[in-house]
Design a protein around this ligand. Structure first.
Ligand SMILES: [Zn+2]
Length: 699
């Protein structure tokens, strides 16, 4: 049967000339410059062939480990497992990154098809009794092995992966675990795809300029451009950023704001084919079943084992501590904006709704701080900001960035940079992808096409990518960033430094492969540099006049740093509590999703509930990304970043020696040691919440 198939494929290959000459790039290490991904040579069929070959290679490699008659050792078992999936690693990294940044129906279907297969294959490995017997033998003898710290961690994490995948379960329960987890991988993928489809499904084109009152020129220009692309007259707004956010922030027309708000917040919560309500139920119930199989009371308890927080108690402790510290201030901030809205509208009974908040808090800021995005944008030209970030990475870590157009990219808008150290040695490749496309998910993220590791004594350089959704250049106007966008850029760039400066033996412990509640430290730390004068001097230059950003404008930025900070904290806590509520259920959930959410958010919501809107049905972080029972990580890491930045600040801000210590103790180490150990080595003590409270003016 197999042979027949083979002949059939061969005939097909001979029949088509191009297929005949085509080598599937996934099957061998990439032969492009610096072993970068040969995007333009990849054909759609290469994925299927690559996955099949990869799954076969992985299973063969695992079988070799099992069949090995020698005594199990760290090298012949643990390291061998780590390196068992070379081909799979290549094809999966490319596919799953492109389904985020440059997708189409064919790629979506491939992801749908192979994502459960990968979960299945991984379960098969981590539930294999013979293999686990070998791993367990090594683990039980770990004290006598004389392993170095990193090897020890690899052993520890490999052993835990077996346990977490059900290696200790009965045969029946193993099967249950596998079925549930491959079902989950399908569900979570569908969840994200539904949200993207719903985001793309809505747009509103306004032809009467009277309805656009309040919107700044740059937002109107972007909206006009959107109309043109659709062959329409007028101004088009949709649910992508910054289109949606600028409308909510500036449009005087309250009715239209309400329409847009309702469209945005009812995504995947309507009776149509993109409805996520049932998926939410199935996901949380499946996760609960997994927890129960593992003898845990809820999924959060299962998930939090591999985190710095360690258990639900310490997560709730942090969330509640922040809530009690920030809520009084948040209520004051809320009242200030409500009172302002009453004065602004001349309506003493004005009732603040969710679609009013952005608008009135922006107006208040304009009137009381004399600052808005439009005043800052001309000073933050994307290209100069990028150069400024490269400069900052040079000052802190001695890095240099060289654009190399000969490196293959997946879209003409993407640029690839060689990243070199002081000695001009190649450290990493950095891809930048800045503008929104229909094929791209919303938001901003950093990812890897290949993680760093050492192979045969040689450091294999990481291929790192940062993906954004910044305003596109229009006509003669270059892409100009808001201050929020500048901060987002710094954030993702911080993640990329974690990936680029990784220096570890194993890819699974390298760069951002750390505990979830530690991963936002390097990114959030970088955000602090946004208001460092030396950095602003580099990036804040008017794109037309070349004038440096005026000191009074910088002062205004600093004055508004804590503007509504408590309100935003409570908003983040709202997401954190909601996430924890979904993942601490102890009984199968059959109820109403909106109602559940309403209850979970009762302590953190400030607005009247709007029927039909729902966070859960579009909460990609927890239902499609990896943040289930992990959303609190943002706040956890904020405690860390404020505490860590305090060290930089006491040494003058952009300080090479502090950066060197941060690099050596944290960035380069990835997940090779427990994060608290790494952190204390950098900081000299455990973190406290004080620096954050002080930074936010709460204490
Ligand atoms: Zn992040």
């Amino acid at each position: 049967m197999k042979k027949k198939n083979y002949i059939f494929i061969l005939i097909l290959m001979i029949a088509s000339n191009s297929a005949f000459s085509h080598n599937n790039p996934f099957l061998k290490p990439f032969s492009n410059i610096y072993q970068t991904v040969p995007f333009s040579q990849i054909e759609i069929n290469d994925y299927t062939e690559g996955f099949n070959a990869g799954l076969e290679e992985q299973s063969k490699n695992i079988q070799t480990i099992i069949d090995n008659q020698d005594k199990p050792t760290f090298e012949n078992t643990i390291v061998a497992i780590e390196h068992a999936d070379e081909i799979l690693g290549r094809v999966a990294n490319v596919l799953f990154n492109l389904t985020e940044a440059e997708t189409n129906n064919e790629l979506d279907e491939l992801a749908q098809k192979y994502s459960p297969k990968l979960t299945e294959a991984s379960n098969k490995i981590f539930q294999n009794e013979d293999l686990f017997a070998k791993v367990n033998y090594i683990y039980q003898n770990k004290a006598s092995l004389n392993l170095d710290t990193e090897d020890f961690m690899l052993l520890e994490e490999t052993y835990k992966a077996f346990i977490k995948s059900g290696a200790n379960l009965s045969k029946d329960d193993k099967k249950k675990f596998s079925d549930i987890s491959s079902n989950l991988s399908k569900l979570t993928l569908s969840f994200g795809q539904n949200v993207l489809k719903e985001t793309n499904a809505y747009s509103i084109t306004i032809t009467d300029k009277a309805n656009l009152l309040g919107l700044p020129d740059y937002a109107l220009a972007a909206a006009e451009q959107k109309s043109k692309e659709k062959g329409l007259e007028g101004w088009t707004f949709d649910l992508s950023m910054p289109s949606y956010s600028s409308f909510m922030r500036y449009a005087e027309n309250r009715e239209l704001r309400e329409n847009l708000y309702r469209a945005y917040n009812s995504k995947s919560n309507k009776d149509n084919q993109n409805d996520n309500r049932n998926i939410v139920k199935q996901v949380v119930n499946n996760r609960l079943e997994i927890a129960k199989l593992m003898h845990k009371t809820n999924f959060a308890a299962y998930k939090l084992e591999n985190t710095m927080a360690e258990d639900t108690n310490s997560v709730y402790k942090l969330l509640n501590e922040l809530l009690s510290n920030y809520k009084p201030t948040a209520e004051k901030e809320f009242k200030t904006i409500c009172d302002f809205a009453k004065t602004y509208t001349g309506d003493a009974d004005f009732q603040m709704q969710s679609w009013d908040w952005s608008f009135f808090s922006e107006k208040y800021k304009e009137q009381n701080y004399d600052l808005n995005d439009g005043m800052l944008k001309p000073y933050f030209e994307l290209d100069r900001v990028k150069q400024g970030l490269f400069w900052l990475a040079g000052e802190l870590y001695g890095l240099q960035f060289k654009y190399n157009p000969s490196i293959d990219v997946y879209n003409p808008e993407v640029q690839a940079y060689e990243v070199r150290d002081k000695k001009d040695e190649l450290v990493a490749i950095l891809y930048t992808d800045f503008f929104p496309r229909a094929s791209k998910q919303g938001g901003a993220w950093m990812t890897e096409f290949r993680g760093e590791r050492v192979l045969n004594g040689k450091r294999l350089i990481p291929l790192i990518s940062i993906v954004m959704n910044f305003t596109k250049p229009i006509g003669d106007t270059p892409s100009l960033l808001t201050f929020d966008e500048l901060t987002t850029f710094l954030h993702e760039f911080g993640h990329s430094l974690h990936g680029m400066l990784a220096n570890t033996k194993y890819a699974s412990l390298s760069g951002t492969n750390v505990y979830r509640d530690f991963v936002e430290l390097p990114s959030q730390l970088m955000e602090n540099f946004a208001t460092e004068q030396a950095f602003l001097d580099k990036v804040g230059i008017h794109y037309q006049t070349g004038e440096k950003i005026p000191a009074e404008l910088v002062k205004k930025i600093k004055d508004t740093e804590n503007y509504n900070v408590a309100y935003f904290c409570v908003r983040q806590l709202n997401f954190g509590f909601l996430d924890m509520a979904w993942h601490t259920i102890e009984e199968t959930f059959e109820g109403n999703v909106e109602e559940f959410e309403h209850n979970a958010c009762s302590k953190t919501t400030m607005f009247p509930t709007i029927e039909g809107t729902c966070i859960s049905t579009q909460f990609n972080h927890i239902f499609s990304g990896g943040y289930a029972a992990g959303y609190y990580s943002y706040k956890w890491a904020e405690v860390l970043d404020a505490d860590a930045y305090y060290v930089f600040k006491t040494h003058g801000g952009i300080d090479r020696a502090t950066a060197e210590s941060f690099k050596n103790n944290i960035l380069s180490k990835g997940g090779t040691e427990h994060p608290m150990t790494l952190y204390k080595r950098f900081r000299g003590q455990e973190p406290t919440i004080d620096a954050l409270l002080k930074r936010n003016g709460i204490k």
